[in-house]
Design a protein around this ligand. Structure first.
Ligand code: FAD
Length: 344
């Protein structure tokens, strides 16, 4: 990560919480009356305008959705838009424009916002004539610029057509280890509560992800560093109780395991007699023999005590050994030693 002053920092995970900016009309009075009648959030401020005449500026979905919310409080609501046609979905248009208290002011360009310490009117230009519309609240919805996406090159992070970063339910973006929270993330509400909730989820997930990353680094010391985020992103934590079978001899080999906490026993049955071959603890792994040789499990692994493991699917394991010859050699060596111990 490179900062504006040129310094670079590296981190196991990054949470992007850079928010965004409502697009401004940039007319006289807008800044002066911000918070005193000019607002960019109906849900945040609507209730302060009970029984007042209000204006919504904009013609898209946001303007209509927020406008619908404002009709709970407004005595009269003007919908001011620079074009005659609105871009909002037809269903939203029907609902809002069908109300008696709603009046359209189109095609009209807002020129100025004025009052006497608090908003009292907006000045609009319509059909070449300038007119004043008396309102006590102006809600501006002419766009929102989420800034998170501009921190990344376009092709490097998934975002929606409006530039909001797309995440899964854990706030993970299309780049493993990069999280997006709050206003810069594609979601229904831009509120403090959602931003804080997103951040809580992201932090908890990032903690777990970093732990997985460190385990992956320890298990595959010769693998390329750039493979690690992808690998950690594919690792699935598995908790087992004492005595629980994790893999069974003879079953298809479909995954690889790293022991994070606890201990597991490795058992092989020959001629109907089960023998314990090994005990594995934190940092050790199993499941490589079947995956490397494309054969069924040669042993059963059972938890000796409550244990935590990381499971890596077959596809990710195969990718890892295909991109890193050193890792393949390391795993081959372990597999050879284990097989030799089995036969002796
Ligand atoms: C006028 C106004 C009133 C509001 N009122 C309410 C309300 O009453 N209730 C409510 O729930 N919500 C309200 N909201 C919405 C609420 O403020 C946001 O939903 C919430 O703050 C989003 O949090 P965030 O962390 O995603 O972004 P922000 O709070 O916007 O924080 C982003 C931070 O990142 C910084 N930043 C941006 N780019 C960079 C960069 N490149 N490098 C480093 N730092 C960067 C910014 O300077 C900023 O400090 C209001 C919003 C506005 C604009």
């Amino acid at each position: 990560m490179r900062l504006a002053d040129g310094t670079t920092h590296s981190a196991y995970a990054v949470i992007v919480a850079v928010g965004g900016e409502p697009v401004k009309l940039q007319v006289p009075g807008e800044q002066e009356y911000a918070g005193r009648g000019v607002s960019y959030c109906a849900v945040c401020d609507g209730a302060f305008f009970k029984d007042m005449d209000l204006a919504v500026i904009g013609g898209g979905d946001s303007a209509f959705q927020e406008g619908l919310f404002l009709t709970r409080f407004a005595k009269k609501l003007y919908v001011v838009h620079r074009r005659k046609e609105f871009r909002a979905q037809a269903i939203l248009q029907d609902r809002l424009l069908g109300m008696d208290k709603v009046e359209t002011v189109t095609p009209a360009v807002v020129k100025r916002i004025g009052g006497n310490g608090e908003v009292k009117w907006i000045e609009v230009e319509r059909d070449g004539r300038v007119e004043q519309v008396p309102v006590e609240g102006v809600f501006i919805f002419v766009g929102f610029k989420p800034v998170g996406r501009y921190l990344f090159k376009r092709e490097h992070i998934d975002h929606d057509p409006n530039g909001y970063l797309i995440t899964d339910q854990y706030m993970v973006t299309s780049i493993p280890g990069v999280y997006a929270v709050g206003d810069t993330r594609a979601q229904l509400a831009k509120q403090i509560t959602t931003a804080v909730g997103d951040a809580t989820t992201a932090v908890l997930h990032a903690e777990r992800y970093i732990e997985e990353l460190k385990h992956a680094e320890r298990a595959f010391p010769s693998a390329p560093r750039e493979e690690m985020p992808r690998l950690a992103g594919r690792m699935e934590p598995v908790r087992v109780v004492a005595g629980q079978t994790i893999v069974r001899q003879g079953d298809a080999s479909d995954s690889f395991f790293i022991v994070v906490r606890g201990r597991v026993g490795v058992y092989q049955t020959q001629d109907g007699k089960e023998e314990q071959l090994n005990t594995l603890g934190p940092g050790e792994f199993f499941g490589e023999i079947g995956l490397l040789s494309d054969m069924p499990r040669i042993a059963t692994v059972r938890a000796l005590e409550p244990s935590e493991l990381l499971r890596l699917d077959q596809e990710s394991f195969r990718r890892l050994v295909s991109v890193s010859a050193a890792t393949r050699d390391q795993l081959d060596q372990v597999a050879r030693e284990r097989l030799a111990a089995t036969r002796s």
